[in-house]
Design a protein around this ligand. Structure first.
Ligand code: MN
Length: 215
């Protein structure tokens, strides 16, 4: 995870192969999304930080929280690219091949299908949304409503309540003081090669490879 790293940031390797999420997410999309798009956010973030030595010891979260006296253009570049790195790190870490959830595999008491929420998280989802099916429906509705590029996130607030939030472009949940649990990228680059304009089909498919955190 990059969240506690500092400059120069490096692309974290995928924990699975490019084709491991087929047929839900195709390998060409995974390759371009991880090796090209994610890499570009990393490069652009490093490029802006190169000119500000005082910011080079800060973690991603500190960079996203801070209010630094930079030129307007550099502030926008920092915001967009630090956000892009933060969101993509969580996104790729939050996916795993179907039937092979990495979180649950580390816990011997759970069975191998972690593509469903379990334990405390499941109880919280049922309590907040009525059922897992209702939750997915509400989440996908929010994700479909994002106009242009952005993210939909299941997060937990300071009072330990679940919330579905949508974010524009590469905004993050950091300034909202929310802990992200599940992030889904709804930029077209996340699905266009396979699903073209059909964001709803991508949103239905991706739940097969979401690696639910054990909370
Ligand atoms: Mn993306």
């Amino acid at each position: 995870m990059l969240l506690y790293d500092t400059y120069p940031f490096k692309l974290p390797p995928l924990k699975y192969s490019y084709d491991a999420l087929e047929p839900y997410i195709d390998s060409e999309t995974m390759y371009y999304h991880h090796d090209k798009h994610f890499q570009t956010y990393i490069d652009n973030l490093n490029n802006v930080l190169k000119r500000y030595p005082a910011l080079q010891r800060l973690t991603l979260k500190q960079l996203l929280r801070g209010n630094f006296s930079l030129s307007y253009e550099d502030r926008v570049t920092l915001h967009n690219n630090a956000g892009g790195v933060y969101n993509h790190d969580l996104f790729f870490n939050g996916l795993s091949p179907k039937g092979n959830g990495l979180y649950a595999n580390s816990l011997s008491s759970l069975n191998s299908n972690t593509h469903l929420p379990q334990g405390e998280l499941l109880a919280k989802i049922n309590c907040t949304f009525g059922s897992f099916e209702n939750f997915k429906e509400e989440f996908n509705k929010e994700a479909l409503s994002v106009f242009g590029s952005g993210w939909t996130v299941l997060a937990i607030d300071n009072a330990n309540r679940l919330k579905i939030v949508t974010l524009k472009n590469q905004d993050t949940v950091v300034p909202k003081n929310l802990e992200p649990l599940i992030l889904i990228d709804v930029w077209e680059h996340a699905y266009y090669l396979k699903y073209k304009n059909l964001r709803a089909e991508y949103l239905n498919a991706i739940w097969n490879v979401i690696d639910f955190p054990i909370k």
